[in-house]
Ligand binder design. Sequence first.
Ligand code: PLP
Length: 462
Amino acid sequence: MTPEQFRQCGHQAIDWVADYLAQPQRYPVLARVQPGELTDALPARGPEQGEPPECLLADFERLILPAVTHWNHPGFMAFFANSGSAPGILGELLASALNLNGMLWKSSPAVVELEQVTLRWLRQWTRLPEDWFGQIFDTASVGSMHALAAAREAADPNSRAKGTASDLVVYTSEQAHSSIEKGAIAIGIGQERVRKVPVDAEFRLRPDALAEMIDRDVAAGLRPCAVAATVGTTATTSVDPVPAIAEICRARNIWLHVDAAYAGSAAVAEEFRWALAGCEHADSMVTNPHKWMFTPVDCSAFYTSRPDVLRRAFSLVPDYLATAEDPRAVNLMDYGVPLGRRFRALKLWFVMRSYGREGIAGLIREQIRVVQSLAAKIDAHPRFERTAPTPFSTVCFRYQGTDDENRQIQERVNETGEFFISGTKLHGRFTLRLAIGNMATTQTHVDRVWELIQAEAAKLAR
Ligand code: PLP
C-alpha cells in the first residue's frame, strides 16, 4: 500500500467508522449467520499475490460485517455491554500506527510511562491507594492469574523454582467469575484446590463460611494461599463484603485479590465509591476500563500493593534484554508473563481526557438510573419478579412461568434484531439478564426492550 493509497483508504475507513458510530442500529445487533458461514465464504488459502486496498474495504463490508455481533449497538444488553468510544478508537488507530512494543522502558518510554500515569489517574478517580503499582493487561482473566501467581510466591517462595506445592488452596465465592478458577488451573494449584465459598441471599460471599473453610483446611494441614473477592459478580453484580474478607485475610496472612472487572468503574462516580470499600486492604485488584469505562477492548487495569512479590515471581532477564537499572525506568516485563506490550494506555488516555472524570461518572450514573427505573417497573409488574438486587446497571429478572417460557421470551426478543439480552441461572432457575454499559443506550431503548419483553410474556399467557 503506497502512502497515497493509505491516505485515501484511511479517509474512507474513518468515514465508515464515523457513520457506524452515528448509526450502529443500521445493523441487526446479533450476527445473522450460521456457524462456519463466514469460514466457507472465505478462500481456503491465503492469496499468493497482494490484493488492492479497495478489495479489502469492500470485502470487510460484504463478508465480515454480516458476521459481526454489534457491541456498539444501543440494543446490545447482553454480558457486560460496553462502548468502544470514539476517543478510544482514535487512540487505537494511533497506537497501531506507532506499532510500539513496551517490553522494556528503553524499547518505548511512552508505553511504560503513559501506562503508569493513566493508572495513577484511575487510582485517584476511584480513591485507591496512591502507592499501588499498576500495569495494563489484555484481560482481567490474565490479571487475576498474575495475582494468584504472586499469592503463590508469597505463600511459598519455593514455588518459582520447584513448581506449585500440592497443599496450596485458593478461595472464592460460588458466584465468582470462572477466570479465578482458570487462573488456579493455569498456575498449577488445580481445580480441586479452589474452594467455592457459599453466598448469602444477595449472592455475596459469606465471610463466616470463608473463615470456617480456611480454618478447616489449616487444621487438615493445607496452606491457604489466596482469597479472591468480587466487586460486581458476573451474574448479578453483587458486591462481596470486602472489609470483612480483608480482615480474615489479614488475621491469617493470606493474599487478598479483588476482581472488580465490571463494577470498579462505578467508583469513578462519588456515590458509588462504596463499591470499593475495603479494597485498600487488598494485595491486588483488577478492573476493566474495557468493560465499563468506554475504552475499546482490550484494556484491563491490574494493581498490586506488593509489586516486589510480583517481581520475585516473574523477573527473568536474559542477557539480550538486560538494561541499566533506573527506578523511574520500569521494565514491565519483570512483572508478568508477557514480554511484548501493546500501547494500550494511549486509548485509555484519550478516553480519560476526552470525557474527564465527571463525564465518565455522568454516563455511568445515567446508565444506573435507567436500569433502576426498569427494576422498579419489574417490581410493580404482577407477572415478573427480580431475581437479584440491582446495585448497578445490570438487572436480573424473570417472568413468573417456566424456564422454557423465559428462554422463549429471550429468544424472541433477540430475534427482532433490535436487542441482544442474555440469561443466566440463579438458584437453579433460568433468569433473564439485561446489562446496560453502552453509551448509546438511552431510556428510550430500555423502555422499548421492556415493552417487547412484556408483549412476549403476554403472548405466553394467552
Ligand atoms: N471478572 C468478572 C467479574 C467478569 O464479569 C469477567 C467477564 O465478564 C471477567 C472477570 C473476565 O474479564 P476478561 O474478559 O477481561 O478476562
